[in-house]
Ligand binder design. Structure first.
Ligand code: PAF
Length: 292
């Protein structure tokens, strides 16, 4: 089915597919023609951050495939599954303008058919005590849906943003452990001019909260700089947490971790270090991270 939602002729070249047979026929035809296929898995409501992932897909492969599926199993009861923004017409236009080829937007039955009884449980980075501490079922839902989307879309590569750094590490672990044979490409976080990372949930911020939100990135950058300048880890982290609390954020975590395993790190040394943080500003939860 060709996009009916967009009046722009460019958008009308993007194909929207809802069933797996049609999707796999398109992918097989591209592969038979010698083309590489890169998947950008999303939950839709595309913003500039997503479009930077599409650009990374286009650099990696001849064909960019976007999946749009608001995955119920990664939301806990009481989280924003029902209110999560959905904007297919806008997404089609944005993806087409970014040079994308095909959108896979399955109905719930195509992902979780009647009787579905499988869960992919990743250990290691999925149990690091970061997002998993606050959203205990989240990565089981993410890993299960990403495994399913990989099997349905059969891409050569898949692009994940560093913005969701723990998710990226969980997917990398899963792909290695289960021999998916898919190249996982990490794309750098795209930020607004004031430093706030693009995120769908930024929409939930009031104007006053939006003005304060960049303080999260500022605290991460300042802490990384202090560590590089020789500050003691516990002192630098405590100071960052305190500065955010004083600015009105509730801090879920602000931690230094091994950049690959996400194991705790007590001091800067030879290992690559990542600072990861999650904070709440009013009703909105923000996550971000930087390399040290
Ligand atoms: O990052 C997201 O948007 C989602 O967690 C993903 C990877 C599409 C799985 O639902």
């Amino acid at each position: 089915m060709t996009a009916q939602t967009a009046s722009d002729p460019v958008a009308n070249r993007v194909v929207i597919v809802r069933d797996v047979a049609t999707l796999q026929a398109a992918v097989a035809a591209w592969r038979a023609a010698g083309e590489r296929i890169a998947l950008v898995p999303t939950m839709g409501a595309l913003h500039a951050g997503h479009l930077s992932l599409v650009a990374a897909a286009k650099r990696r492969a001849g064909r960019a495939l976007l999946s749009i599926f608001v995955n119920p199993t990664q939301f806990a009861p009481g989280e924003d599954f029902n209110s999560y923004p959905r904007s297919l017409a806008h997404d089609v236009d944005a993806f087409a303008a970014a040079g994308g080829d095909l959108i896979f937007a399955p109905e719930i039955e195509a992902v979780y058919p009647e009787g579905f009884a499988t869960t992919v449980l990743v250990g290691g980075p999925a149990k690091a005590g970061l997002e998993d501490k606050f959203r205990p079922e989240h990565f089981a839902g993410v890993a299960t849906v990403v495994a399913k989307l990989f099997q349905q879309c059969l891409p050569d590569a898949a692009i994940f943003g560093e913005k969701d750094y723990q998710q990226l590490k969980v997917v990398e672990r899963m792909v290695r452990d289960l021999d998916f044979g898919i190249e996982i490409v990490a794309a750098p976080t795209l930020r607004a001019k004031d430093g706030l990372a693009f995120s769908t949930r930024n929409e939930y911020l009031s104007a006053a909260e939006r003005a304060r939100a960049p303080l999260l990135y500022a605290a991460l950058i300042r802490c990384a700089g202090a560590l590089r300048d020789g500050a003691a880890m516990d002192v630098a982290l405590a100071s960052a947490r305190a500065s955010l609390q004083n600015a009105g954020f509730a801090v879920d975590y602000f931690e230094a971790r091994h950049a690959e395993t996400l194991a705790p790190i007590a001091a800067l040394g030879a290992a690559p270090v990542r600072l990861l943080a999650a904070v709440r500003l009013g009703a909105t939860r923000l996550i971000d991270n930087v390399a040290v």
